[in-house]
Design a binder for this molecule. Structure first.
Ligand code: NAP
Length: 273
């Protein structure tokens, strides 16, 4: 069965739209884009489109690639202090001369719609409710819930340990009482771990899940999105090889991607001041 991120995200966006229309204080999302990375420009535009669709005011601040770290931190401080702005994010990647950890630390945890600020990360880690969960893992949990996939007690394998997907994904699965194995580029025998897992979530950016026989009724979630040698967008999972033995599988495109946007809009609809 296909985990349909397009359909599920449309339902979530409708729910967010209703929620926003009932709010007294309207959310205002500011997205900061530094430099002219073409992929980032597309991502930022898609976020703005989704925000408009659900009635969230959105502003894009474009800064030149020469912007200094200090200038960016000043801009973030200004937005932290602006009560009209309820959420903000800085589109990654940043130019090399800017330290991304300093940037995410500077964003007020109550406006940190990406959930990357250390306070939100730490809250998740110690079992406190963060102000915001990172969009991609939160979107994946919503997708699993939409299909009533049991997480409690499941053996989950997360491939990838980035701060934006792998690590928070593992934390969120743990919070829901899964038994979690995290794999990375030094992990031995990944295929054996994939084959015995109830839930596999792959966030690598390479064709890494290719085994013919996965566990019966297992759930395969493909976060990866990259261009193959023919220039086509593809994911980490070899869909044709893996899907016949899996119980549920998410496609690329149309799986995790739209869920990430819907999940971000859910975050952007939260107003904390
Ligand atoms: P990232 O920061 O590059 O992290 C990739 C992770 O994969 C690292 O932890 C790395 O391990 C691990 N890895 C690399 N080669 C491996 C191998 N051969 N075996 C096992 N693990 C390996 O990437 P990311 O930002 O998490 O993104 C991952 C993928 O998801 C990308 O394709 C990205 O475009 C996609 N993505 C999609 C969405 C969406 O909404 N659909 C959102 C975010 C990301 P080490 O830590 O040991 O280096």
């Amino acid at each position: 069965m296909i985990l349909d991120g397009k359909q599920t995200s449309a339902k979530i966006l409708d729910m967010v739209k209703d929620r926003v229309s009932a709010l007294d204080k309207k959310p205002h999302l500011v997205v900061i884009l530094v430099g002219d990375n073409p992929a980032s420009k597309i991502y930022v535009r898609n976020k703005q489109k989704a925000a408009l669709q659900v009635g969230i005011q959105s502003t894009i601040i474009e800064l030149p690639k020469e912007t200094t770290e200090a200038e960016l931190l000043d801009k973030i401080e200004e937005l932290n202090n602006n009560s009209d702005v309820t959420g903000m994010l800085v589109q990654l990647p940043l130019p090399e001369h800017i330290n991304k950890n300093k940037v995410v630390t500077a964003i007020s945890p109550k406006k940190d719609v990406d959930g990357f600020n250390p306070e939100n990360v730490g809250r998740l880690a110690i079992g406190l409710e963060p102000y915001f969960y990172p969009a991609t893992p939160q979107g994946i949990i919503m997708l699993l819930d939409e299909y009533n996939i049991p997480i409690k007690g499941a053996d989950a394998v997360v491939i990838g340990r980035s701060n934006i997907v792998g690590k928070p994904m593992a934390q969120m699965l743990l919070k829901r009482n899964a038994t979690v194995t995290i794999c990375h580029s030094f992990t031995q025998n990944i295929e054996d771990k994939i084959k015995t897992a109830d839930i596999v979530i792959s966030a690598v950016g390479k064709k890494i899940v290719r085994c013919k026989m996965v566990k019966k009724n297992s759930v395969i979630v493909d976060v990866g999105i990259f261009k193959n040698e023919n220039g086509q967008l593809t994911g980490d999972v070899d869909f044709d090889v893996v899907s016949p033995s899996a119980g549920f599988i998410s496609p690329v495109p149309g799986g995790v991607g739209p869920m990430t946007i819907a999940s971000l809009m859910l975050n952007a609809s939260k107003v904390y001041q």
